[in-house]
Design a protein around this ligand. Structure first.
Ligand code: URA
Length: 190
């Protein structure tokens, strides 16, 4: 498709004016992603929520505060060697789950972002990010705890921060996942 060859400016413009699915009618704006375009780390979430839709930046609400804390725990800061993006670039109304056809329609934007960033490691947060990037319908619990590969890029699966807000006891598992991620990154940089 046309998206395959886009540079950053064209890609962002395409996302902002995208009308490839019905979410275009209800969103305030597209939310392409934020951060360092040459980052070693890419964190991928599900879709913009109400705050993200209003501000145009991913993970700026309560889940975002938790994501910032997770990043800080492994020595990272939003925008510095990290890029943060979502599978869907437009907010689903009422924060409902993305529909399969919306994921299929929107995924080429994320695929192109990954091609442009060329991250060393991807962290897929939650079921939609993990299943979309790995083309599987495996449950998240089965994907955690080992290294995956997205076209040769190491990919770590972890819980979504919004899930963690509701299930704080699973923070220990996310910590294990971040240890796997940082160990992998250190190995790559050795
Ligand atoms: N949840 C997500 O998956 N992405 C955001 O940008 C915010 C909340």
């Amino acid at each position: 498709s046309l998206i395959d060859g886009m540079d950053w400016d064209a890609l962002d413009a395409a996302i902002m004016s995208c009308a490839r699915c019905e979410l275009a009618k209800s969103r305030t704006q597209g939310v392409p992603g934020v951060g360092d375009r040459q980052a070693d780390w890419l964190f991928v979430g599900e879709a913009p929520g109400a705050n993200e839709d209003r501000l145009g930046e991913p993970f700026v609400g309560d889940a975002g505060k938790l994501l910032d804390a997770i990043l800080a725990a492994i020595g990272l800061r939003r925008g510095e060697n990290v890029f943060i993006a979502n599978v869907l670039k437009s907010r689903p109304p009422g924060n409902r789950d993305p529909k399969p056809e919306e994921v299929a329609t929107c995924l080429p934007y994320l695929v192109r972002q990954i091609e442009l960033i060329r991250p060393k490691l991807i962290v897929a947060m939650g079921r939609f990010a993990a299943q979309s990037l790995l083309s599987t319908d495996m449950p998240l619990g089965k994907m955690r705890g080992r290294l995956h590969s997205y076209h040769g890029v190491p990919l770590v699966v972890t819980y979504h921060p919004a899930y963690l807000l509701r299930n704080p006891l699973d923070k220990a598992k996310v910590w294990e996942d971040m240890v796997l991620a940082t160990d992998t990154m250190h190995e790559l940089n050795r």
